[in-house]
Design a binder for this molecule. Sequence first.
Ligand code: DX5
Ligand code: ZN
Length: 211
Amino acid sequence: MTNIVSPSILSADFANLERDIKLVEKAGAQWLHIDVMDGHFVPNITIGVPVVASIRKITNLCLDVHLMIENPEKYIEPFAKAGADILTFHYEAAKDITGLIKLIKSYNVKAGMSIKPKTPADVVIPYLNDLDLVLVMTVEPGFGGQKFMKDCAEKIPVIKENAPEGLIIQVDGGINAETAGICTSFGANSLVAGNYIYKSDDITLAVKSLF
Ligand code: DX5
Ligand code: ZN
């Protein structure tokens, strides 16, 4: 089965964002991964609502928005209205997980929940029937270009064993053709990659190597 490839624009050239989005679109990527960071939940600040709204105007790719922010409940409506197709919040930042999932779905947006490297896999199990996606971070969130942590990927089988059919299991952090293979063998079917795609000499080939 083909994997869902979600290139992370964090590693793209922000001054040439449209060009860089079109490159991965042409290469066949199905999703576009947008990393939202608030300088509180993670020590970095990146993209906000207006940028997502602008991206929505220039692509039909599925906008896979990864919220690395405190108080995610405050920002669901603005990101949904900006055109996000998937909103993934962090378990560690959520106060009312069931309420947050319901809120996301009320905008007809798919709901994802992510866990940081030190968070055990079993915390997601009670929510698997309500979620559309679980994102297993394979680096500490905050920056692109970090080294893949295999022990994080070892959480995937625990999620997979308990997952209803159709749940998307995504990995993010240090993904390349080799580490993607490890993750898919564990049961992941959606691969986020930033540096591997955007810092490669042949972006098309890099995208295709992940399917
Ligand atoms: C990191 C972000 C990632 C990042 C991945 O906190 O969530 O999406 O862009 O970058 P690479 O693939 O370079 O590790
Ligand atoms: Zn991400």
